[in-house]
Design a protein around this ligand. Structure first.
Ligand code: MGD
Ligand code: MGD
Ligand code: SF4
Ligand code: MO
Length: 697
């Protein structure tokens, strides 16, 4: 049976038509096929033409509820003087916002407006409107809450912000603080990981918690929280000391190898040194270092379990450097420096019309010149103290920092002080509830999207509207057009239908528009060892274990062990609070989904049974977690595979959701107890640096 025929058979059986789509429930953005009957979404699965093939995860398949959720936001809303939302027309909404934006620009300059977003490729329209036309430099993704330290480590080490992994061809996979066989399931990567395991690859997981991935691993290294940098450096010490590194790669493709080797030796980063810091036996560190150096190809990578610490940036630099010194770079079975598809901006704005920002991006003036995204934790300082300059208006699109960011009290205070706050969402989210104006966006089933994916090779997805927009909701491109027109930029937003701008965006792809529309996805060749021709995109053209850029900005140019994590448990707050993700939810936007809530209706905290016994706590009890800034009550689960002295929470549930009848009142909003600690270099949020006391509630 060929690929198209399975679709056709499903269509015939179910009387549906299938429309290529994309799933944005989690950041993996799987290309999908959306099956529609009578303008209703009846089924979603992975796109047959993509590497994830027809698979989908539980969140993806349940996502059809979004297309028919009676709690969806359907009309623009504006808060009145008494703080109650009233429906307004789109025309009024655009006029009010545009007028305020022009007023702010005149009084304070365009940089007084910030725009925060996550996940949506249509953000190209807001980028062009806000940065190129209106002229603010403060348009940013929400990366600081997510993978910011990894992105900067990728840039500073490999010259690439988003290294991926070629699991399938790997023989040794070393994962630090990431859980792909648990919550973080990318459909294509998971398939490849499972294939690698079937072919006999060895999987080693470093995590203070026996995660689902750790359960499936050949080896689990239960490490002390925040100490992964010490483990990576000690492995490096062993590999250099025994001469097991790839001398040819180090000599020809690494910048600063000699000085790095000297730095590792002179700082005494030995396995014995790391043993007391990491809690991992020196013999085990030696064994894993030897195995990593000898097994080819191998891959080492880390995610939230590393970047959630303020030393995470340098820890990841040390992990990334391990791949390089063993020659495991951009080849089959290695870290891959992904190539992007040749997408163009959808709006054609002549160079002479492009605004020149008057001031640098706010993060640069706040002392984070290398931060890939603005650390959203810095916004309150700018709004409340006008430091380094006033910030008067904030836009939020597909983000919910009232839930997702630490220190909820500070966030609320900031919202109250803004002259204008606008949230564009599909629900009346907790951030929307704190905003002046709320704009309803059409969901991923109702709009077009042209985007790059996270597959290791170049891949462009063209998602298309499968059903009409619910209520009067609009896709972001139409929202930006409406706003742009009122701000006097109407001439750049000329299209009859989404196909017109999509043709502009995809003009450089090597297939025709019609073919792309039919398939919903295009992928190019996954090229290996691109550095042989192109070098690395760093300032020296090599992998930089010694970074001249970091040095120039006054940071440590080489990965060093940084034991200055700000928050450590003490007598008053004896537990370290760390985070994991929910298998059945993503962030804060799946909690109104009845299918997912039927599986997992609330979040929880986990505790080692030995700790629980001492505190008189039993499985299923409600406990109180108190940090220096706030306290919350949450259900507890006992878990033997969690190092004593640690509490691990799953974030996502439990705040307002006035329009979310399924979500309302379920679970615990945990972020009030996390304070705003950020990495000094990347500006990434250190969610795992929190100390708490625990008692039975
Ligand atoms: N189902 C589901 N999937 C998701 C998401 C979701 O919410 N739900 N979120 C998506 C997003 S936004 C992201 S960024 C990714 C995140 O993907 P992952 O990073 O894979 O997600 P986590 O489950 O947070 O895994 C982090 C792991 O780090 C461990 N950890 C904590 N402290 C340390 C430490 O000091 N050292 C080490 N080595 N490990 C530590 C935790 O115990 C946890 O198991 O997942 C994405 N996929
Ligand atoms: N304590 C703790 N906090 C964390 C984490 C953690 O592990 N622990 N994880 C962090 C991580 S990795 C991340 S990435 C962030 C995520 O945090 P955010 O980037 O803020 O994402 P979400 O919290 O999922 O909120 C997404 C919002 O988008 C809305 N939405 C969904 N689909 C659409 C759409 O199509 N259009 C529009 N306009 N809106 C839509 C949802 O209703 C929701 O309000 O959270 C971070 N916060
Ligand atoms: S892995 Fe993420 S993007 Fe893919 S189907 Fe599941 S929720 Fe959607
Ligand atoms: Mo994330």
């Amino acid at each position: 049976m060929n690929q198209t025929s399975t679709s056709e058979i499903i269509n015939q059986i179910r009387g549906t038509k299938s429309v290529p789509g994309v799933c944005i429930i989690c950041p993996w953005h799987c290309p999908t096929e959306v099956f529609v009957r009578d303008n209703k979404v009846v089924y979603v699965r992975g796109n047959e033409n993509a590497p994830n093939a027809t698979t989908r995860c539980v969140k993806g398949v349940s996502s059809i509820h979004l297309s028919r959720d009676p709690d969806r936001l359907l009309h623009p809303l504006k808060k009145d003087k008494n703080g109650n939302f009233k429906m307004i027309t789109w025309d009024d909404a655009f006029s009010i916002i545009a007028e305020k934006l022009l007023d702010i620009k005149e009084k304070y300059g365009p940089e007084a407006v910030g725009y925060l977003w996550h996940l949506d490729s249509n953000e190209m329209f807001s980028q062009q409107l806000f940065t190129q036309l209106y002229g603010t430099p403060n348009w940013s993704g929400h990366g600081a809450a997510c993978d910011q330290s990894r992105r900067l480590a990728g840039l500073m080490t490999y010259g690439h912000p988003l290294p991926t992994k070629d699991y399938e061809n790997s023989r040794l996979i070393l994962l630090w603080g990431e859980d792909p066989l648990g919550p973080n399931q990318s459909l294509h990567e998971n398939r490849e990981l499972v294939e690698a395991l079937k072919k006999g690859a060895k999987l080693v997981v470093v995590d203070p918690y026996r995660s689902r991935t750790a359960e499936k691993a050949h080896e689990w290294l239960p490490i002390n929280p925040g100490t992964d940098g010490a483990l990576a450096l000690a492995m490096t010490h062993r590999i250099i000391e025994t001469g097991a590194y790839d001398a040819d790669f180090c000599e020809n493709y690494i910048y600063g190898f000699e000085v790095y080797a000297e730095h590792i030796q002179s700082n005494g980063y030995t396995p014995q040194w790391a043993e007391s810091i990491t809690g991992i036996d020196a013999k085990r560190i030696i064994a894993i270092a030897d195995e990593f150096a000898r097994t080819k190809p191998a891959v080492a990578d880390g995610l939230k379990g590393i970047v959630n610490y303020t030393n995470g940036f340098q820890s990841l630099r040390a992990i990334f450097s391990l791949n390089a010194i063993t020659g495991n770079m951009d080849g089959p079975g290695c870290i891959i420096l992904k190539e992007a598809g040749p997408l163009a901006p959808p709006l054609m704005i002549p160079e002479e019309d492009v605004a020149v920002p008057q001031r640098p991006i706010i993060s640069a003036e706040m002392g984070y010149p290398l931060a890939p995204d603005i650390p959203s934790q810095l916004f309150p300082k700018a709004v409340l103290e006008e430091d380094p300059y006033p910030l008067k208006a904030l836009f939020f699109h597909i983000v919910n920092p009232a839930m997702a960011d630490p220190n909820t009290a500070l966030f609320k205070k900031m919202m109250a002080a803004l002259e204008l706050s606008v949230t564009i969402d599909v629900y009346l989210s907790e951030t929307a509830q704190l905003s002046d104006i709320v704009l309803p966006e059409a969901s991923m089933f109702e709009r077009a999207e042209v985007r790059e994916s996270l597959w290791s090779g170049p891949q462009v997805i063209m998602a298309q509207p499968a059903i009409p927009c619910l209520g009067s909701s609009k896709p972001l491109y139409d929202i930006m057009r409406g706003l742009g027109e009122k701000m006097g930029y109407g001439k750049y937003f000329q299209w009859e239908s989404w196909e017109d701008w999509a043709k502009v965006a995809t003009a450089y792809l090597p297939i025709s528009f019609e073919e792309l529309k039919e398939n919903g996805v295009w992928h190019g060749e996954l090229r290996y060892h691109k550095y042989l021709e192109d070098g690395f995109m760093t300032s020296t053209g090599r992998v930089e274990v010694y970074s001249e850029t970091l040095s120039e900005f006054g940071y440590d140019p080489m990965p060093a062990y940084d034991d200055t994590n700000r928050v450590k448990p003490d007598a008053d707050y004896p537990f370290q609070l760390i985070n994991g993700k929910s298998q059945y939810h993503c962030g804060t936007h799946t909690q109104n989904n009845p299918y997912l809530m039927a599986i997992e209706s609330e979040n929880w905290a986990e505790l080692n049974p030995l700790d629980a016994q001492k505190l008189g706590i039993a499985d299923g009890d409600t406990i109180e977690l108190a940090s220096p800034i706030d306290k919350v009550k949450i259900a507890v689960r006992l878990k033997e595979g969690l190092k004593p002295g640690i509490v691990r929470v799953v974030h996502g549930h439990g705040f307002g959701r006035t329009m979310g009848s399924v979500a309302r009142g379920k679970g615990t909003h945990v972020n009030p107890i996390f304070d705003s600690v950020v990495n000094d270099i990347s500006g990434g949020i250190g969610y795992n640096e929190c100390k708490v006391s625990v008692r039975k509630a």
